[in-house]
Design a protein around this ligand. Structure first.
Ligand code: 1HN
Length: 389
């Protein structure tokens, strides 16, 4: 969009610029020009459904050393000199230093050493954990104690009290993804840090639990996709906790081994909220995909940006023509509307977990996907994912 029309007189242009300057004093701005400042260096009228989220890969080595070092500078706990969580944020280089991995999602790496616990708190943003390391960690969501192993994924819904503990002998390290930028933008990000103050409990670490006071792992009843506790008066709209164990995920992949899979994502599975059969949360969609040995997928692009964590094996992601190899515990962001495809030239399958705001975009009508066709350019793709009732 050009600022000036070639046939305009210099006087008119000068007059318009003076006018634009003057009206700012009244908290007004001209709405016909393209204002780099106001629109974050982007045209006011983008012609593609894209934002500034960039492709970026945080390698396992880089993250492992940095989070390890955080142990010596931050103590986790409550009270003076202690912090609720020991996390390092993954700041997308395209997003100007914001605490954001994509336009809508915040991501960080969290570490709890053996014996450490992260105190209970709750907040409106949902939180999904992707376990990278550790042998005896768990998260407690609204009283359900969920034991966590590498490759497991656990979703904590909005506003549920949660805390984590490492009862193992090695560091527990996980990727957290929360929809903080989205909720902050909407003005609905809200946090409660002190269980004692808020609930009256004397116990700050483990708040009064609603369902299973003795931490009896009753969450299992909540992840059973075909049954629910009949004695609970009302079916919850969203589960407070959903746990997808790596063991179950791999069993499912094993059963799909002879399928054609998706041309774009090979064997991709979309985790479902077991009660609604919709994506896991109202804002986030969580998937896992296996790229089998020798597979090179077709190229596509879609409006949702995706945060990926490599759970097992090695492969390549090709984004906008650039080939980037990945290995276990690497984390990368595929921007929305970036052309991409997957390759696995190794002898063993690789498994990549991912999370995106697809659930939200689909709900509001802006989940859009295209494939790249050699002869005809891009083509729209009919949806094969969940569509709501
Ligand atoms: C949070 O609540 C957790 O509950 C992790 O473990 C990371 C990063 C920013 C804000 C809140 C957690 C977080 C967070």
């Amino acid at each position: 969009m050009s600022e000036y029309n070639a046939d305009e007189s210099p006087e008119l242009i000068a007059q318009r610029e003076a006018y634009a300057k003057r009206i700012r004093a009244e908290n007004l701005k001209e709405g016909w020009s393209y204002d780099k400042e106001a629109f974050q260096s982007r045209p006011y009228w983008p012609t593609v459904p894209k934002n500034d989220t960039a492709f970026y890969l945080w390698s396992h080595e880089a993250i492992a050393d940095i989070i390890e070092e955080a142990k010596s500078v931050v103590r986790v706990g409550r009270g003076t000199g202690a912090y609720d969580r020991r996390v390092i944020s993954l700041c997308n280089p395209g997003l100007g230093g914001k605490y954001a991995a994509t336009a809508t999602l915040f991501a960080d790496i969290q570490l709890l050493g053996p014996g450490e616990s992260a105190p209970s708190h709750r907040h409106t943003p949902c939180a999904t954990r992707f376990i990278m390391n550790g042998d005896g960690g768990w998260t407690n969501v609204a009283g359900d104690k969920v034991p966590l192993k590498p490759g497991d994924i656990v979703y904590c819904g909005p506003n549920f009290w949660h805390d984590h503990k490492n009862e193992g002998s090695t560091d527990m390290v996980f990727l957290d993804v929360l929809d903080i930028p989205l909720l902050q933008y909407l003005g609905v990000s809200e946090w409660y840090f002190n269980a004692a103050e808020v609930s009256g409990s004397k116990d700050e670490i483990h708040h009064p639990v609603t369902h299973s006071p003795d931490f009896d792992n009753s969450h299992k009843s909540r992840i059973q996709p075909t049954a629910r506790p009949r004695f609970e008066a009302e079916q919850r709209k969203y589960n407070e906790v959903q746990h997808f164990s790596f063991e179950d995920t791999k069993t499912l992949f094993d059963s799909l081994m002879n399928e054609d899979g998706s041309p774009f994502d090979d064997l991709i599975i979309q985790f479902q909220n077991p009660h609604t059969h919709n994506p896991v949360g109202p804002t986030v969609d969580i998937c896992s995909q296996m790229i089998r040995p020798g597979v090179s997928t077709s190229t596509h692009r879609h409006t949702w940006a995706t945060i990926c964590m490599v759970a097992e094996g090695q492969g390549d992601i090709v984004v906008d023509g650039k080939t980037v190899p990945f290995k276990p515990n690497d984390i990368f962001v595929i921007p929305g509307w970036a052309w991409h495809h997957w390759k696995n030239s190794h002898d063993t399958p690789c498994i990549v977990h991912s999370i995106s705001d697809y659930a939200l975009l689909e709900r509001i009508g802006f989940a859009r996907e295209q494939s790249e066709e050699a002869d005809t350019g891009w083509q729209p793709i009919p949806f094969t994912r969940i569509t709501r009732d």
